[in-house]
Design a protein around this ligand. Structure first.
Ligand code: AMP
Length: 368
């Protein structure tokens, strides 16, 4: 086991396994392309080690270049990818083969394909050393794959955890045994978001608020935002299929977290079931669902008060607030029984000073 920053990683692939996968890719590409002079394009930073070892195995005419992209780590679920080092010149009518260290959801790859779609290359192919086929949701089929790996966060051989670990000759996998994953449960205005802000600092957790992700998308005018707005403005729930997919993307972007606080998700039984199934595949689970209890009339006053400063349309109108409570009673309240059956439901009094409520929540977390 090794430690990088605050996390522990266990051995996953040794040097021999990695080198044989690299050689395999080189042999396959040589079969297809050794009669021409392809341009290999490494995707920085992660692919530098793969490119170097690959070229030692590919002893035929070729050229080498690099591109550098950076995926935006914010709240957006579509992910904005920025080009930091652009395409080489003179690639017209040439065979271009991208060398990637790892392909997971395919977000970066999508941007690469888009970049090259504007050029007149003769042929465009993708080779990746590691491939998470389980979570890949891109349309482009990968031409050469070294090793298909499970959806676990890995470091080493060019891949980093917050910049550490790139120089390791082997690949290590995050040891997720110590993760804490919490669902904060409660009616609108119960204080889930406020408490999550404190708890995420205290326990080093990633806070995912589906409401915040929707609002971020609305602010940025994304397709998802435009769709969500029509439901949110009325105080209705956004359809499950949209919300579940968005939540899964948010988790996938943060698999290096020590745990998650889910705030405002799940809100329906279908969402709760989808969350359990999704976490199980990742060898993770919900440790506790903490319900913040408060009386409807107190909550309505809190929300109307919040609406004066937040300007959220759904907080400024009592009718919309009551509709949100109605949605809660019909669709979300049954989740109590769902988590109670799993022995995970903890009730906490949500009325009182903010720091007193944080103490009540901390007590539950520390006894887990
Ligand atoms: P919140 O900020 O959690 O109060 O959420 C504000 C609004 O976003 C809700 O009234 C819904 O329209 C939408 N929303 C947030 N989370 C979910 C979810 N898990 N399922 C469906 N709609 C959601």
């Amino acid at each position: 086991m090794i430690k990088l920053h605050d996390k522990y990683f266990k051995p996953f692939l040794n040097e021999t396994e990695i080198q044989s996968a690299v050689k395999n890719i080189a042999v396959k590409i040589a079969v297809d392309h050794k009669e021409e002079t392809p341009i290999f394009i490494g995707v920085l930073n992660g692919a530098f080690m793969f490119v170097s070892d690959f070229l030692k195995q590919y002893q035929h005419p070729c050229e080498v270049s690099f591109v550098k992209l950076s995926s935006y780590q914010g709240l957006t679920s579509t992910g904005i990818v920025e080009t930091l080092l652009d395409l080489p010149e003179n690639i017209e009518d040439r065979t271009v083969i991208i060398l990637e260290d790892i392909i997971d959801t395919g977000r970066t790859l999508k941007e690469l394909v888009h970049l090259f779609s504007k050029t007149n290359v003769k042929e465009f192919k993708i080779a990746t050393l590691f491939f998470k086929s389980e979570i890949y949701n891109g349309e482009y089929s990968i031409d050469y794959v070294g090793i298909d790996i499970p959806d676990k966060f890995i470091v080493g051989y060019g891949l980093d955890y917050n910049e550490l670990g790139r120089n390791l000759k082997e690949v290590y996998q995050l040891n997720q045994k110590h993760m804490i994953n919490l669902v904060l449960f409660g009616k609108p205005g119960a204080g889930k978001g406020t408490q999550a802000e404190f708890l995420k600092e205290k326990y080093n957790l990633k806070h995912i608020s589906t409401g915040d992700v929707f609002r971020y998308n609305i602010k940025n005018g994304t397709e998802l935002g435009i769709l969500a707005k029509s439901y949110m403005d009325k105080g209705d729930l956004v359809p499950d299929e949209v919300t579940i997919k968005m939540l899964e993307d948010e988790v996938d972007k943060n698999l290096d977290a020590s745990g998650f606080i889910f705030d405002g998700f799940p809100r329906t039984t279908a969402q709760a079931e989808a969350l359990d199934a999704f976490l199980t595949i990742k060898n993770m689970k919900i440790n506790a669902t903490i319900a913040l209890e408060a009386d409807d009339e107190v909550l309505i006053q809190r929300l109307l008060e919040r609406g004066k400063t937040s300007k959220r349309p759904d907080d400024q109108d009592e009718g919309k607030i009551r509709n949100r409570f109605e949605e809660y009673n019909q669709k979300t309240a049954p989740l109590r029984a769902y988590y109670e059956e799993q022995g995970k439901l903890h009730s906490v009094d949500g009325i009182g000073e903010i720091d007193e409520i944080t103490r009540r929540l901390s007590k539950v977390i520390e006894e887990l």
